[in-house]
Design a protein around this ligand. Structure first.
Ligand code: FAD
Length: 382
């Protein structure tokens, strides 16, 4: 708990509250607070963006009595822990020929007005029938015919799951996706051509609560979170929606009280997007940084707002270069490193890592081979 929130909670033990909340994340007491503004800034800075119910307005009584209902941060403990029981991750429970029919719970645009493009956080209800592990993907089959093969259904598209196995509502019945709407910019028209927009991403971003969605999977093993060592270091590099698996990891590390995974290591997130408005789940990550400063580091690269040391656009690889000494030392001590997002991110990153290795008198080729052999190197790009 941050000092301010800790200071706010005084006296008797916290009691569970928030019957209407999807989780019992909050506990409450009445107590004296220094200033209602600081209180709400503190609490909301942690909780916003997490699909959880917030107290959004100061209680009236505060004005009169200088007391308020206080929410205190505790990890979510009421989880269906039977989801921890399997020793192997679920794989392809539902296949293309017989997909599971899930239901859209919510679709929320999660970028600001000046973002480059639209990204949505989509919660899908699978009723607990399509369990998955952090770092896996779902396949989505959009409705309609495959335009390339008329008479046949649309083909499946993969999406990394952005929640933990418990879902954003902590009941094990939902999965969240972070989907960027694919649009086609026609250079000749100087405008978007709606006839060429991406089929599945637009279907998902346009869907409404209650709509049905065909799900396959879960799939993928390469981005599973290695959990043998609770004190391991995890260096996570994302561009755009590549953030999805890391949101799941970080919620598991910092938000959920999972008895068999007590994270005490270091999670270091590098996120690259175009500008501030394009940042994804920023409030959640800032919350972890504030609450767990020894266990979480967060660095962002804003290509259209920041400049690198050579005066060019700031990309994630520039941030990696900035911290290369520390990163290489952590890798030498067994850290895991993950890359997720657009395929185009990898050449620049590889070039930077090669350059850094050379400056240290090392061969990147040899180092990379060793990282792969030790299962420290995890890449999922698309
Ligand atoms: P499609 O209909 O498949 O079209 C693809 C592109 O072609 C679009 O940009 C479209 O505008 C363009 N296009 C269409 N017609 C034409 C034409 N005639 N001429 C030229 N261009 C055209 N995406 C995410 O947003 N979030 C994720 O978390 C995510 N995770 C993934 C994980 C994995 C493992 C993989 C492999 C992919 C992931 N993707 C993710 C990408 C996702 O699977 C889709 O590829 C993406 O959403 C685009 O699919 P779509 O159906 O919208 O576009």
């Amino acid at each position: 708990m941050a000092p301010m929130a800790a200071a706010l909670v005084q006296g008797s033990p916290c009691v569970p509250m928030h019957a209407t909340s999807p989780s019992c994340l909050y506990s409450s007491q009445r107590c004296k607070v220094a200033s209602v503004q600081t209180f709400y800034a503190e609490v909301n800075s942690f909780f916003t963006g997490q699909s959880l119910q917030l107290i959004t307005a100061p209680p009236r009584t505060f004005q009169r009595s200088r007391t308020a209902r206080v929410v205190a941060y505790t990890k979510v403990a009421s989880l269906p822990l039977e989801l921890e029981a399997p020793t192997e991750p679920p794989l392809n429970t539902y296949k293309n020929k017989q997909p599971y029919i899930g239901t859209i719970k919510s679709v929320e645009r999660i970028v600001g007005p000046n973002a480059t493009g639209e990204t949505c956080h989509i919660i899908i209800d699978h009723n607990g029938d399509v369990p998955y592990w952090e770092g896996q993907s779902y396949g989505i089959i959009p409705p309609g015919e495959n335009p390339k093969k008329p008479g046949t259904p649309n083909t499946v598209r993969l999406y990394s799951i952005a929640s933990t196995r418990y879902g954003d509502e902590f009941d094990g019945k939902t999965a969240s996706l972070c989907v960027r709407r694919a649009v086609y910019w026609d250079p000749e028209l100087g405008a978007e051509d709606p006839a060429k927009k991406g089929i599945c991403s637009n279907f998902l971003c346009d869907s409404k609560p209650g709509d049905k969605v065909q799900i396959t999977g879960p799939s993928g093993k390469v981005m599973l979170l290695p959990e043998e060592d609770h004190n391991a270091t995890h260096i996570m590099v994302a561009t755009g929606t590549g953030i999805a698996p890391y949101r799941g990891y970080l919620r598991r590390m910092f938000l959920e009280d999972v008895p068999n995974y007590k994270f005490g290591g270091l999670a270091w997130l590098f996120l690259g997007v175009a500008n501030t408005d394009s940042l994804l789940y920023n409030d959640e990550f800032l919350g972890y940084k504030q609450k767990f400063p020894d266990n979480f580091k967060y660095d962002i690269a804003l290509s259209r707002e920041q400049k690198n040391t050579s005066g060019g656009k700031m990309y994630v690889q520039d941030k990696i270069e900035e911290y290369s000494e520390e990163i290489f030392n952590l890798l030498d001590k067994g850290a895991h490193i993950y890359f997720c997002g657009l395929r185009g991110m990898m050449p620049g990153i590889q070039a930077t890592l090669t350059k850094v290795a050379e400056s240290r008198g090392e061969s990147w080729e040899t180092k990379l081979a060793a990282l792969k052999k030790n299962k420290q190197w995890h890449v999922e790009v698309y």
